[in-house]
Write a protein that binds this ligand. Structure first.
Ligand code: AMP
Ligand code: ZN
Length: 114
């Protein structure tokens, strides 16, 4: 999608602070971090929301979590703990309509989330 911010990052038109990438995903630091580590893991394919997932995306969703695991390891969060969040649509606060997994860590997390 030409007018999608995260597609532009995947295409290299905008260069974020990349912490991990592979053939399926790109992971980069959030521009407005909500924790000492706040990384977004995005699929290279444009999928707008969780509602747009199809059975054919099952492996790709797994790849997002495998990338989150690697980000957590690299950021020193794996043992102390971290949170993954995927917002869907307005009431969850989704603002960028290209699927992304937030990886947050480096401080104690509250529950329930706000
Ligand atoms: P969400 O609210 O779940 O859709 O998350 C979108 C996230 O994208 C927010 O946490 C934003 O801070 C982040 N974001 C927006 N623009 C950029 C950008 N140019 N580079 C990195 N992160 C961004
Ligand atoms: Zn996109």
């Amino acid at each position: 999608m030409t007018d999608c911010l995260f597609c532009k990052m995947v295409a290299g038109e905008i260069r974020p602070d990349v912490v991990y990438e592979d053939d399926a995903v790109l992971a980069f630091r959030d521009i407005n971090p909500q924790a000492p580590t706040h990384v977004l893991v995005v699929p290279r394919t444009h999928i707008a929301t969780i509602n747009d997932l199809e059975p054919s995306h099952a492996e790709l969703v797994g790849r997002l979590y495998l990338a989150a695991r690697e980000v957590a390891r690299r950021e020193g969060l794996a043992e102390r703990g971290y949170r993954t969040v995927m917002n869907c649509n307005a009431e969850a606060g989704q603002t960028v309509f290209h699927l992304h997994l937030h990886v947050l860590g480096g401080r104690p997390m509250k529950w329930p989330p706000g």
